[in-house]
Design a protein around this ligand. Structure first.
Ligand code: ATP
Length: 331
C-alpha cells in the first residue's frame, strides 16, 4: 500500500539488528498506513520480536531508520513511547494488585490526566469484558483474562499504534478467537493502527496486510488474499505405501517437484482435482489418501521460504532458542 511520505503510522527503512554473531534482523523495509492491521508472520527466531522491540524503542537498531506515529525511534524515544501501546508475549501485570490497580498504575506511568482516568478505565475494562472483575486480584484470573487485561492496559492511554507481540500465544482456541473479536471491536471504536506478530497462519488472515519474515528478512509483503493468489497452483498432499518411490515417480514420470513435509508427500499442480485420477492410474505406488487444497497462507509461506512454518520451527537451533528465551527473561 503506498502511503504518502510522513503520513505512515510506521515507516521502516533498512532496519537491522545484530546481536554478536546473530543477525536477528537483516535490513527490513515496510510502511504501515494509519488504521491498518499489519502482521509480521514467521517462525520462532525469525526476528519478529526484535523488530517490534526496535519499533517500541526497547532495543537499539544496529542499522537503518524507523519512525512510529511520525517520531524517530532513536532520536525521539519519549514521543514514540507516548504514542504506543504494548502487549507482549510475557505477562507484565502485577498479580498481587487488582485489575483496576494495575490500570491506575499504568495511567500514572503514562501521565494520563487524572480527570479522564476513571472514564477511560471503565471504557477499556468494558471493551475486554472485565468490568465486573475490576476489583479482583489478577492472580485469580485465567490466562485469557490476563491477556485481555493486558490489551486493556495497552489501550488505556489512547495510543496511536498498538503493538501486539504474539497476543494469543499459549491460549486455547476459544480464547484466541475471543481476543480477535476484541481486536475487531477495537478497530470499530478506536482510531488505531495495529502492528502484530504471529506464527499462527489463521491469525494472519485477520490482518489487512502481512509481511512474511524468515531468517531476519521480509520475503513477501501484501494482503493475505493477494499472497495466496500470487502462488496460483493447487496443493496436493499424498500418503503412500512408499514415499521415496512416490517422490521419484512424481519427479521422473510427472515432472513435478515433490517434497516431504509432516509425513506426507506434497506438490503443487494446476487443477489438482483433475490431476488426482491420473495420479492413481500412473504413480505405480499404492496411495493411502490424497487431499487437494487451494493455496493457504501455509502454502504461501512454503512457496517463499521452501518449508512449512512448523518445519521451520522444528529446525530452529536449540542454542538460538535458549538465547532467545534468556533474552526474553531479561526484558
Ligand atoms: N538479546 C539477544 N541476544 C542475542 N540473540 C538474540 C537476542 N534476542 C534475540 N536474539 C536472536 O535473534 C534471532 C531473532 O529472535 P526474535 O526473538 O526476534 O525472533 P521471533 O521471530 O520473535 O521469534 P519468537 O516467535 O520465538 O518470538 C534469534 O536467533 C534469537 O536467538
Amino acid at each position: 500500500m503506498a502511503v504518502p511520505a510522513g503520513a505512515a503510522a510506521v515507516a521502516v527503512r533498512g532496519l537491522a539488528k545484530r546481536y554478536a554473531e546473530v543477525e536477528a534482523v537483516r535490513g527490513v523495509d515496510f510502511e504501515v498506513a494509519p488504521g491498518e492491521t499489519f502482521g509480521f508472520l514467521g517462525p520462532n527466531g525469525a526476528g519478529k520480536s526484535t523488530t517490534i522491540k526496535m519499533l517500541c524503542t526497547l532495543v537499539k537498531p544496529s542499522g537503518g531508520t524507523a519512525t512510529v506515529a511520525g517520531h524517530d525511534v532513536l532520536s525521539e524515544r519519549n514521543e514514540v513511547r507516548r504514542n504506543i501501546g504494548l502487549v507482549f508475549q510475557d505477562p507484565t501485570l502485577d498479580l498481587y494488585l487488582t485489575a483496576a490497580q494495575n490500570l491506575r498504575f499504568h495511567a500514572e506511568l503514562y501521565g494520563v490526566p487524572r480527570a479522564v482516568v476513571p472514564e477511560r478505565m471503565a471504557a477499556v475494562l468494558e471493551m475486554v469484558n472485565l468490568a465486573d472483575r475490576k476489583d479482583s486480584k489478577v492472580m485469580t484470573f485465567s490466562g485469557g483474562m490476563r491477556r485481555r487485561l493486558e490489551i486493556a492496559r495497552g489501550l488505556l492511554h489512547s495510543p496511536r499504534v498498538l503493538f501486539l507481540d504474539e497476543p494469543t500465544v499459549g491460549l486455547d482456541p476459544q480464547t484466541r478467537s475471543s481476543i480477535w473479536d476484541y481486536i475487531g471491536e477495537l478497530k470499530q471504536t478506536e482510531d488505531i493502527t495495529i502492528f502484530m506478530t504471529t506464527h499462527y497462519m489463521d491469525e494472519a488472515e485477520y490482518c489487512d496486510r502481512i509481511a512474511i519474515i524468515d531468517h531476519g528478512r521480509i520475503v513477501a509483503i501484501d494482503t493475505p488474499q493477494a499472497l495466496k493468489a500470487s502462488i496460483g497452483e493447487d496443493r496436493v498432499r499424498v500418503s503412500t505405501a512408499d514415499d521415496q518411490a512416490a517422490m521419484a515417480a512424481l519427479k521422473q514420470h510427472f515432472e513435478l517437484e515433490p517434497r516431504l513435509s509432516e509425513g506426507q508427500v506434497m506438490f503443487s499442480v494446476a487443477s489438482g482435482e483433475q490431476f488426482v485420477p491420473r495420479l492413481f492410474a500412473e504413480l505405480g505406488v499404492p496411495i493411502h489418501s490424497v487431499s487437494v487444497s487451494r493455496p493457504s497462507l501455509d502454502d504461501v509461506f512454503m512457496a517463499y521460504t521452501g518449508k512449512t512454518i512448523r518445519d521451520a520451527e522444528e529446525s530452529a537451533p536449540a542454542g538460538a532458542e535458549l538465547m532467545r528465551m534468556m533474552a526474553k527473561g531479561r526484558r
